[in-house]
Design a binder for this molecule. Structure first.
Ligand SMILES: O=C(O)CCC(=O)C(=O)O
Length: 508
């Protein structure tokens, strides 16, 4: 495969693009040897990066910076000469500035120099312009720029020439190279190997509560979607038929399903748009009737708020490579995620372990990962290899359900086109956590899925007290007892060990 030729030396891909907070990480230069094939590189470094078969050749011929030093020493980087005085800016800054321009100015700028040509054609810039201007009213045309031109071409004839991608020699940029690479890499087999989740089938609700919900541990539930009509029915054709002209939430826009599938069939980007709609059941009641909450999750105390409850259920559709980068679920809720078609790779870290590459803000308001999913696997996944407290990982296939306990960090990537339903819920096991979360002083920033963020605590507590009198008091009492029991365990340990020497007092 010609696109596989001249691939980078994968083991050197450790430099970070967007995560300014991790600047202290070791930076290595990316470097590719143009004389060697991917297979040869694999033999050398054993890391085996592979491009998707659909991968286009490198955008405009952009090369990793390492090549400037190791492969073509002495060459002048066209990136710098063409940027003039702006060359001192980082690639991110140049793109941020270009992000302020409209299509006409981007078009004009792209004819200023080879360097500006490459920057002004960066696809995410055009994606933003399409989504801003056309919302969901576009037919994806293979690239975002060509989508824009095809939809608005009366005024933009001069941009048409830009559609045929020019190859620029001697443009070196790790940022742009890695952006292309992340969009076109296959998941490496070793990223998919670890499968250490507990799998259960047919357990009772009581067993689920004692083994998993109470201790707040993830589990993969098999065989509990067998009665869902959705499992049999939800093919693309069926969905296209039943949803008709309904529009679904896709990233920042609303789109018809047919248009979304057209996009997802040809998309090759680092962060594909993901269909994630919290109102699907109200929009298309037949979808609501074709799935049912699994028996383990029937208790859902946010239900007492009726229509005022925060968003809690979503249909999720996305192509291979789409997914959710590391985050914690909203409002301290737990969740279940049922795969109807396709398969998803999960990586989960417990609440007390922040995944490498993730930097939550001290007030807990920012709990999202700054790097893309693929970038996380390339740059951070191997960090966990030697950890004693390894993440929980698995592949969740069609017909299976993942239980995500509250507070757990999780990342999910679709390994093929997937359709799933997820619901976030509150049961007695996490009611106190949720109440505590809703009551935090910065609830205005923290609470999500509702417009009335500040008053949610008050409303929810009142509604629970009315619907289930005494429940909160009972739970608080039990929590207090459990805390005392826990402290007593420590006291016993202290009583039998010599805390200074760290040794037992017992002698035989
Ligand atoms: O992409 C997915 O299926 C995972 C969704 C998820 O993590 C969530 O809803 O919190």
């Amino acid at each position: 495969m010609s696109t596989c030729k001249n691939l980078l030396l994968a083991s050197m891909l450790r430099n970070k693009r967007r995560n300014s907070k991790s600047k202290s990480r070791k930076r290595k230069l990316i470097h590719q040897n143009p004389e060697r094939t991917l297979e040869e590189e694999e033999e050398d470094d054993g890391e085996g990066f592979k491009l998707k078969t659909s991968a286009p050749s490198r955008e405009h011929g952009v090369q990793p910076l390492g090549n400037l030093y190791f492969v073509n020493p002495g060459t002048v980087n066209v990136r710098n000469t063409g940027l003039g005085n702006l060359q001192i800016l980082t690639d991110e800054l140049v793109l941020d500035i270009l992000g302020l321009l409209d299509t006409t100015h981007l078009g004009v700028l792209s004819s200023v120099s080879k360097s500006f040509y490459v920057f002004a054609n960066h696809e995410p810039l055009w994606r933003n312009l399409v989504l801003e201007k056309l919302k969901g009213e576009f037919l994806f045309n293979g690239s975002w720029k060509s989508t824009y031109v095809a939809t608005c071409n009366q005024k933009l004839q001069f941009l048409k020439s830009g559609e045929s991608v020019l190859k620029i020699r001697d443009f070196y940029s790790d940022y742009l190279f890695q952006s292309w690479l992340c969009a076109n890499l296959e998941m490496k087999p070793e990223w998919l190997e670890r499968d250490n989740v507990i799998r259960v089938r047919g357990i009772s609700v009581e067993e689920f509560i004692t083994r998993f919900e109470e201790p707040n541990k993830p589990v993969l539930l098999e065989g509990c979607l067998d009665d869902w009509p959705a499992i049999e029915k939800w093919s693309r054709d069926y969905l296209n038929k039943v949803v008709g002209d309904v529009e679904f939430a896709v990233g920042p826009v609303e789109m018809k399903l047919e248009k979304y599938f057209r996009y997802s069939d040809s998309v090759r980007e680092e962060r594909p748009l993901y269909l994630f709609d919290p109102k699907f059941a109200e929009k298309v009641p037949v979808l609501d009737s074709e799935y049912d909450v699994p028996v383990y999750f029937k208790e859902d105390l946010f239900g007492v708020l009726g229509k005022e409850r925060p968003d809690y259920r979503w249909i999720i559709i996305g192509p291979s490579g789409s997914g959710s980068s590391f985050h914690i679920d909203p409002n301290s809720t737990s969740a279940w995620n049922a795969v109807i078609t396709g398969s998803k790779k999960w990586v989960l870290f417990p609440p007390d372990v922040v995944p490498p590459g993730v930097h939550p803000s001290p007030d807990g308001a920012e709990v999202a990962c700054p790097v893309s999913i693929m970038e996380w696997f390339m740059n951070f996944y191997s960090d966990t290899k030697n950890w004693t407290k390894k993440p929980i990982e698995c592949i969740c296939k069609a017909g299976e359900v993942m239980f995500v306990p509250n507070g757990w960090w999780h990342l999910v990537i679709n390994l093929e086109e997937s359709i799933a339903i997820t619901q976030n819920y509150v049961s007695r096991r996490n009611l106190l956590n949720v109440l505590e979360f809703l009551k935090k002083p910065n609830a205005k920033e923290l609470v999500s899925g509702t417009t009335d963020r500040e008053n949610l605590h008050e409303k929810f507590k009142k509604a629970i007290e009315e619907a289930y009198p005494g429940t909160i008091d009972d739970l608080e009492k039990k929590a207090e007892e459990a805390k005392i029991a826990e402290e007593q365990k420590v006291t016993f340990w202290d009583s039998v060990s010599d805390s200074k020497a760290g040794a037992f007092k017992f002698s035989f």
